[in-house]
Write a new protein. Structure first.
Length: 364
C-alpha cells in the first residue's frame, strides 16, 4: 500500500510529462497515472514514482481496477479544440478521449469526490459553446456540481498561457464557503456566456493571485548557440514592417529578448514578435503550431534561435532539477503539451485541498 503521508490520494489521467503531479504533490499523493506517449512516460518516471505509472491508451483502462482516490485529474488532448489546430470538437478522435475518462470514472467502485478537467480555452467557445455544455451536463448527470475557471499562467511565469479548468465536486459536499454569488476575476465573458445557458453552475471562488513572475530575460540562456548569420538574416527578413518598427523602439528602451512564432498572413510566412515581456504560449506540432523563436539583441546586433528545452521548462514553472531526457523535439513537446506547475499548485492550495478537507478525511 502506498503511503499517503497524510495527503489525500489522486489519479493523474493523460499525465504526460508529470507537470500536474509536480504541481499537486505538496497537497495530494499520486497513486496512479497514465499516458499513451512513451517519451512523456520517460519524463514522468524520471521525476515521479515509476510504479504508479501505466503506459497505454485510456480506452483500455478499467475503472474497476484503479485505486480509490478523492481527486481525479484529466488533462485530455486539446488538438481538436485548439485555435492553433483543426477544431474538430469534443467528439473528434483525440479530444473525444474525454468520454473514455468519464467512462472510467463511472466504472470505479468508489467515484472520486473531485474531478478536474483541463484544456485550452477553445473548449468553452468551440461549436458556440456546445462542446463545453455537453461535457458540463455529463458531469452533472454523474452527480457532480460543476463550474469552470480560466487562469493565465502569466501571474507566475513570463508566458501567456490561458487554460480552462472544469472543477466538478460531489453534490453532497458543502462547498458554500468556496463559492461566490457571481463571476469573479477567473470568469471572463466566454465563461459567463456559457454559464447563462446552464441550470447547474458553480462560481468557484479563489483569490486573484498577485503577479509574481521572473522576467523573461532572467530565464534566457544568452550563452546558448544561435543561428548562423545566413539563417538569422532570413528570419529577420520575415518580421513584418510594423513589428520591425516596434522592435527598433523596444531596443531603444533597453529590451533585449523578443519571442515570436512563424505564421501565415495573407498567404505569406511572417515572424510575429511579442513586445510585452511574455513568451507566447508554448505549443506542440500536434497542436497545429510551430516552435517558438527568439530574437535577441546584444552588443549592437541581433541573433536568432529556437527556445531551448531548459527555457521552455522555466516558462512552465518547472524546478531546475526536473529531469527531461530525450531529444530537443521530445523535450520541447514534453513541456509544451503540459500544464504550468504554478497554476496547478495554486488551484490545489486555494480550492482542491480545501474541498478535500471538507470531505472529512476520505483520503483513500
Amino acid at each position: 500500500m502506498l503511503q499517503s503521508n497524510n495527503k489525500p490520494f489522486f489519479l493523474d489521467f493523460f499525465a504526460g510529462s508529470g507537470l500536474v503531479c509536480e504541481g499537486l504533490k505538496d497537497y495530494f499523493t499520486p497513486v496512479w497515472a497514465n499516458d499513451i506517449c512513451e517519451k512523456k512516460a520517460e519524463v514522468f518516471c524520471a521525476n515521479h514514482p515509476k510504479e504508479i505509472f501505466w503506459l497505454g491508451p485510456i480506452e483500455k483502462v478499467k475503472g474497476t481496477e484503479l485505486p480509490n482516490a478523492i481527486l481525479a485529474w484529466g488533462s485530455f488532448p486539446c488538438q481538436d479544440l485548439s485555435l492553433a489546430g483543426n477544431i474538430g470538437g469534443i467528439s473528434s478522435s483525440r479530444s473525444g478521449l474525454v468520454w473514455h475518462w468519464l467512462r472510467v470514472i463511472n466504472e470505479m467502485k468508489k467515484k472520486p469526490k473531485i474531478l478536474v478537467a483541463e484544456n485550452v480555452v477553445g473548449l468553452v467557445s468551440a461549436n458556440q459553446g456546445e462542446d463545453y455544455k455537453k461535457l458540463h451536463k455529463s458531469l452533472t448527470t454523474m452527480g457532480y456540481k460543476v463550474g469552470a475557471l480560466i487562469i493565465d499562467a502569466c501571474y507566475w511565469v513570463p508566458q501567456s498561457r490561458k487554460r480552462v479548468f472544469i472543477v466538478a465536486v460531489d453534490e453532497e459536499i458543502d462547498t458554500n464557503e468556496l463559492e461566490s454569488e457571481g463571476p469573479i476575476w477567473c470568469h471572463p465573458n466566454s465563461i459567463r456566456r456559457v454559464a447563462r445557458s446552464l441550470s447547474i453552475w458553480v462560481w468557484w471562488n479563489i483569490p486573484e493571485p498577485t503577479i509574481n513572475r521572473p522576467t523573461l530575460e532572467s530565464i534566457i540562456d544568452f550563452d546558448a548557440p544561435c543561428d548562423d548569420l545566413e539563417k538569422t538574416k532570413k528570419l529577420l527578413a520575415l518580421i513584418p514592417l510594423r513589428h520591425r518598427e516596434m522592435l527598433r523602439e523596444a531596443v531603444l528602451q533597453g529590451n533585449s529578448v523578443f519571442p515570436g512564432y512563424k505564421r501565415i498572413r495573407n498567404g505569406k510566412q511572417v515572424l510575429e514578435l511579442r513586445f510585452d515581456g511574455l513568451a507566447g504560449c508554448l505549443r506542440t506540432p500536434e497542436g497545429g503550431s510551430s516552435r517558438q523563436f527568439l530574437v535577441l539583441y546584444r552588443n549592437g546586433s541581433f541573433s536568432t534561435r529556437l527556445i531551448t528545452v531548459k527555457e521552455a521548462a522555466a516558462l512552465m514553472g518547472v524546478r531546475d532539477t526536473y529531469i527531461i531526457p530525450g531529444t530537443y523535439n521530445e523535450g520541447y513537446k514534453a513541456m509544451g503539451d503540459a500544464v504550468a506547475v504554478p497554476v496547478t499548485r495554486y488551484l490545489a492550495e486555494h480550492l482542491l485541498l480545501p474541498i478535500a478537507k471538507k470531505e472529512g478525511g476520505l483520503w483513500n
